[in-house]
Design a protein around this ligand. Sequence first.
Ligand SMILES: Cc1cc2nc3c(=O)[nH]c(=O)nc-3n(C[C@H](O)[C@H](O)[C@H](O)COP(=O)(O)OP(=O)(O)OC[C@H]3O[C@@H](n4cnc5c(N)ncnc54)[C@H](O)[C@@H]3O)c2cc1C
Length: 381
Amino acid sequence: MTKIVIVGGGIAGASLAIALKRQSVDVVLVEKDPHWTPSSSGIFLYANGLESVRTLGVLDAVLERGWASDGRNVYLTADGSFITETHYPSRDPARVPPIVGIKRSDLHRALADEVQRLGVDIKLGLTVESFDDQGTQVIARLSDGSEIACDGLIGADGIRSSIRERLFGKMTPEFTGFGTWRSVHKKPKEIDVKIMMMGVGKRLGIMPISDDQLYIFATTNEPSKPLYDTSRMHEIMREKLAEFKGPAAALLDELTSPEGVLYTAVEEMALPLPWSKGRVLIIGDGAHACTPYMGQGGAMALEDSILLAPQIAASTNLAATFTAFGALRHERCSFVRKVSRQVGDAGGKELPNDVDARNRRLQTQGQSDVDSFYARMFAGT
Ligand SMILES: Cc1cc2nc3c(=O)[nH]c(=O)nc-3n(C[C@H](O)[C@H](O)[C@H](O)COP(=O)(O)OP(=O)(O)OC[C@H]3O[C@@H](n4cnc5c(N)ncnc54)[C@H](O)[C@@H]3O)c2cc1C
């Protein structure tokens, strides 16, 4: 039986563990967080990501915990005036909603429960400190001093992947000049749609993530990559986003403590091909982290797993399978990263004429932009 060691139990690693187990591949999952718990903010999964979740067999668990939207996305100005609305598609809305908003910890629970139910060998609080690709097998050396002999090693350890660094040397993720602010709130009954408020150099989104909670995600231009005082995160988030009125105002007023307020400098990672060397491969954010503006990073990680698992199971030459996998995914992940960055750049416009042009484009071309992006997402790998 083929044996694979996965390093990292995030969306990429956990989903790959499930997909491989379903193909009767022996899996060891090594996760450095002893509690295996991600941050408590929200995440959206759009239809292509949800199709992967369905293939993994965990869509019901995700729908039980999250908030399924009919795909409507309402754009407002910072003062709350209506700009336009767009509709996100699903290929099969009766089975897969266009969008689900969910707490990250709830998405993780749905994946982790399935990993555990399938009997994956999970090693928490550990990492792979070194590995030796011997051509016919890989010896992974764990931080507790133990060794595992396996057929292949997959680095699913995120944008700062240590496995990538060991394979290809140090690579620094590219800072995009944006920072995101996130917080979770009690959901007022009247908010039952995804809202995007487009300000000047700033935008703020509101999206339910369960029947009784919603999530704010805002982006500001932060070209100097500042480090903010974590004890004042709530005040800084309120100050930065003070011009957002309408549905945002009351939610921002609720920010009275730094607990649960997350600030993240937005980065990208574009690992050039090949994504593998011999029997060691990088997937997920370690290979192709994109900005969050299309909500596609998690979906790309899920797609990696769904496509890779049957290829590993059927492989007679893992090194060749890994090389071919990177080549198969590179173009699509680059396309998503490019579109996401364009959306981010449009949201960051500061000059009045540029802001007007951006809002007019949303009105005239917003829906066709969504439709053409998803036509591409639904068309293949
Ligand atoms: C602000 C923001 C908002 C986002 N919003 C969305 C969204 O709405 N929808 C969407 O689809 N995507 C979104 N994304 C992107 C998404 O979060 C990532 O693409 C996704 O989490 C990538 O999954 P991953 O498993 O590759 O990496 P990660 O989620 O980073 O997981 C890596 C895992 O590896 C573990 N690990 C790290 N190093 C080691 C090591 N040395 N040894 C062992 N384990 C290790 C970590 O603890 C973690 O569990 C967003 C990203 C950001 C920054």
